[in-house]
Design a protein around this ligand. Structure first.
Ligand code: ATP
Length: 389
């Protein structure tokens, strides 16, 4: 069953569009994250879903009930949508204690007292705050306050819960623990969850599906693995931490393998592209790969996909080294694990040294850039590669 259905959602602030006719469908019980950089429209989407923002145009259906339809001037206010909401700022009532905060939505919904008491107990236990029942919320740590806010959002048993960057105010370790708690509450209370964050790691570890937004539209959606491993555009690749995004020309085309000669360079990389993707020889394309998807090669050796360059900067990152390499005029960022250095009997890489490495052709992807997949030399239409699993 579909729990959240959005069509043509548009929001203007003055003359500036924040959402540009967005379509979205979220299944019952799904945990979906809206991910993207600041200003891409994820919070505006969430606030429209929760009823905290009035869309300029569009239709929103929650749990089978239409709550927004601008054609019919229909707008159901937030308190009538039967949804839960968790904010970055916790938004607790400072004059109430922990139990009173959690019970508040139940009071408003006129849930009888005995049931209120048992539900508050159940939630206190679920978030591990039973011992803090009578504590004023102002006397709690940030993590504890956010747990009260999670419990309060779930108190009225909403089918859908919206999370607006709920972990951003917490330190790294607590963020991880709280993230796990959010996901286990989602499972325990069998809610549908829509979660907003700009943190890719949070999105990957919590979600069933990730929706990457760009300027008020969906850029790509997929499972965490698809988004992490197979970004389809340079925008998503860049956001998901592909440190190398380079341009080149197609010089060879196999089933899924493409040989790309980098622009203004003699370097030829092997890259992955969908077998049915039309990429004619001579097409100008963008290739993206992660710093860690390289392997050291014997110095001075030659092979397709092998890059020779000079180390410009070395940064120790614990498990290995991040290297900035000048490959005959093309800058590349690579990461070499210590174990790999050991197996090559090499010591610490130092600036000025020559280095040779192979870029893994299964992990170097042809991605669309802002102008589309290819440029002037392409003679045929091209389409985006489908994600592989
Ligand atoms: P962030 O992570 O920084 O909150 P976001 O991806 O959630 O970013 P939104 O907050 O949805 O993005 O904002 C989308 C666009 O709408 C931005 O350009 C923002 O400046 C603009 N915007 C958001 N709220 C308002 C407002 N109340 N008035 C005017 N412009 C707004």
């Amino acid at each position: 069953m579909t729990d959240v259905l959005v069509s043509g959602l548009t929001k203007y602030y003055g003359t500036k569009p924040a959402l540009r006719s967005l379509d979205l469908s979220i299944g019952s019980g799904e945990f979906v994250t809206l991910l993207g950089p600041s200003g891409c429209g994820k919070t505006t989407t969430l606030r429209c879903l929760a009823g905290l923002e009035r869309p300029t145009a569009g239709k929103i259906t929650l749990g089978g009930r239409v709550v927004v339809d601008t054609d019919r001037s229909l707008f159901v206010p937030p308190d009538k949508r039967h949804v839960g909401m968790v904010f970055q700022s916790y938004a607790l009532w400072p004059h109430m204690n922990v139990a009173e905060n959690i019970a508040y939505p139940l009071k408003v919904a006129r849930v009888p007292r005995p049931e209120r008491v048992s539900r508050v107990r159940e939630l206190l236990e679920a978030v591990g705050l039973t011992a803090f029942e009578r504590r004023q919320v102002t006397a709690l740590s940030g993590g504890q306050q956010q747990r009260v806010s999670l419990a309060r959002a779930l108190a009225a048993r909403p089918g859908i819960v919206f999370y607006d960057e709920p972990l951003s105010n917490l330190d790294t370790k607590l963020r991880y623990q709280m993230g796990q708690q959010v996901r286990s509450l989602h499972n325990q209370f069998e809610t549908t969850s829509v979660y907003v964050t700009h943190d890719q790691e949070e999105a990957i570890t919590l979600s069933d599906r990730i929706i990457v937004m760009n300027h008020g539209l969906i850029e790509q959606e997929g499972t965490p693995e698809e988004i992490y491993d197979r970004p389809r555009s340079a925008y998503v690749a860049d956001f998901m931490g592909f440190q190398n995004i380079v341009r080149g020309t197609v010089i060879e085309r196999g089933d899924e393998r493409v040989g790309v000669r980098l622009l203004d360079s003699e370097i030829v990389l092997g890259a992955y592209a969908d077998a049915d993707l039309s990429l004619p020889l001579g097409a100008e394309v963008t290739v993206a790969f992660r710093a860690e998807h390289v392997r050291l090669a014997p110095a001075g050796s030659v092979a397709i996909g092998r890059v020779r360059g000079t180390i410009k900067r070395t940064t120790f990152v614990g498990s290995g080294y991040n290297l900035l390499v000048d490959a005959r005029g093309t800058t590349m960022r690579i990461r070499i694990a210590r174990s790999e250095l050991d197996s090559h009997d090499l010591s610490t890489p130092a600036p000025g040294e020559e280095i040779s490495f192979d870029v893994n052709p299964r992990r170097a992807l042809i991605v669309a850039d802002e102008a589309g997949m290819s440029r002037p030399h392409a003679t045929q239409a091209v389409r985006l590669p489908a994600p592989i699993r």
